[in-house]
Design a protein around this ligand. Sequence first.
Ligand code: SP5
Ligand code: ZN
Length: 344
Amino acid sequence: MPMSLTLIHTERFAEHQTPPGHPERPERAEVMDVVAARWKSRGVEVIPPSAATREQLLRVHDGDYLRRISETTGRAVKLDPDTYTSPESHEIALLAAGAAVQAVDHALSGPQHSALALVRPPGHHAERDRAMGFCLFNGVAVAAAHARANGAAKVAIVDYDVHHGNGTQHIFEDDPHVLYVSTHQFPYYPGTGAAGEVGRGAGAGFTVNLPLEVGAVDEDYQTAFAAVILPVLAQFKPDLVIVSAGFDAHERDPLAGMRLSTAAFAAMTAELRGVAERQCQGRMAVVTEGGYDLQALAASLDAVAETLNGLPPPARWPRSGVASDRGRTAVEAATRALSPYWRF
Ligand code: SP5
Ligand code: ZN
């Protein structure tokens, strides 16, 4: 069945400024503007977000932390060795988290509804009480908690940003209703995401980490999807799929050392769309995270939107032709840690 795609975006995302030379720069929002305008001209609905509410944010952040961030309004503040505010950042970060919530609302509003939120700043490093790694509010976590509060019994978050989403993992690590799955370069910033981190207490087994050695190629990610991610998602049976879509595992990205092609982002999106169609009538919300090469970001966002719009395309994994066992190594570590919880 054709899928109806909605983009959530506002040109105001460029108002969050970072210091000169910082990779998470406002030009990233200008790329998102161009992508949104292109899809709008092709008939896709583009809607501006409204700010996440205090009630929505409090599901995953501490009240004292919300106050600390709100006190940066009107000021340029260094929150962390690589996380900064400009005078507008608090307001814009509220819009970014609100956009993730709106993407989820759209996805939950009917069958075959998918949404792509084009946002900055990103969110997946933000902890309950701490800004980190360019992230102020954890928009995907806020959106997943919003979905749970609005009738989704089980939510799957898949995070293919090249960095491990420490904040998202920690916020849901004892929650069996929110599955967190991450592929990431490892060892690398922020240091978390070893295969042995599988969740805690009632959430044991509901954190799935695929730590990949630097240099991983398209085939390594395909292996991780085929051997771990798709089998776990099929057994979990989510009511909604949320994607933390970072594009910094792209071969052009200046921050990290992975070698994904643009087509691999389309393939991952197609695999996850397949999961959503089999498990939850196509309900799927994709929210941007990192991705610091502007050309790679533009091309990859386009490829993701293309994959979500209209008829389902087959997942066509590109071939790099590079011989690599990084995928197999990650799969072995993950299946060893997770075999008490899932069938592989
Ligand atoms: C969302 C996202 O992609 N965030 C990426 C954050 C990457 N940060 C790398 C930081 C590297 C070392 N940080 C120590 C700061 C010393 N100035
Ligand atoms: Zn990242």
